[in-house]
Ligand binder design. Structure first.
Ligand SMILES: [Zn+2]
Length: 191
């Protein structure tokens, strides 16, 4: 059966950083959003006053993000991105606006554009036991790397034998070429 696409209420989820990239404020619905995404460790009380960079591990993503924030602050402007914020049984298609004010404070406003239910993807379950092996996932589009290409997680289950493997590989976030190029284009457009 094909999953049906659902349009949900356009709630927005917001967080802001100060000029030192410290997380300073969150919208009241932030914790509910973190929970829905199986990311209880990202609740506001846990991450407030921490540096944004503690939560982005991939070096290429950090470099692109830093470049973007520098451009936005220099221009006092904003940029918009599409990304995915999936949970094991739901694809969430998101849009995020990142805007810098004249003081250098930056606000990230995310919105769920639409969702698609799907059969539970076990490798995305937050409490699954993990091996030392790594499954590389794009932090933006949530595709995973299979050899030299990036595919939807469903298309990776068979080639990576993710169905009958236990423990499951750990997930390491990176950025795929397509998302990196899209972000570079955005940065160039601001400059
Ligand atoms: Zn990607």
């Amino acid at each position: 059966m094909q999953p049906t696409s659902t349009t949900v209420q356009l709630d927005t989820y917001t967080y802001s950083i100060d000029t030192n990239d410290q997380l300073i404020s969150f919208s009241a619905n932030w914790d509910g959003f973190a929970c829905a995404n199986e990311s209880r460790h990202l609740q506001a009380s846990h991450i407030k006053e921490h540096s944004l960079w503690e939560f982005i591990s991939n070096r290429e993503t950090v470099a692109l993000y830093r470049e973007l924030l520098t451009c936005l602050r220099d221009r006092g402007t904003s940029a918009g991105f599409h990304y995915r914020c999936d949970s094991p049984d739901l694809r969430r298609f998101m849009h995020m606006d990142i805007s810098a004010d004249e003081q250098g404070f930056v606000t990230f406003v995310s919105q769920v554009v639409r969702t698609e239910p799907r059969a539970t993807i076990e490798v995305l379950l937050p409490d699954a036991e993990r091996s030392e092996e790594l499954l590389v996932m794009c932090g933006w589009c949530k595709k995973v790397r299979v050899d030299s290409t990036w595919v939807e997680i469903e298309a990776a289950l068979e080639p990576l034998q993710l169905m009958d493997r236990w423990p499951l590989p750990a997930i390491s976030h990176g950025i795929c070429e397509q998302c990196a190029e899209a972000m570079e284009r955005q940065i160039e457009a601001i400059q």
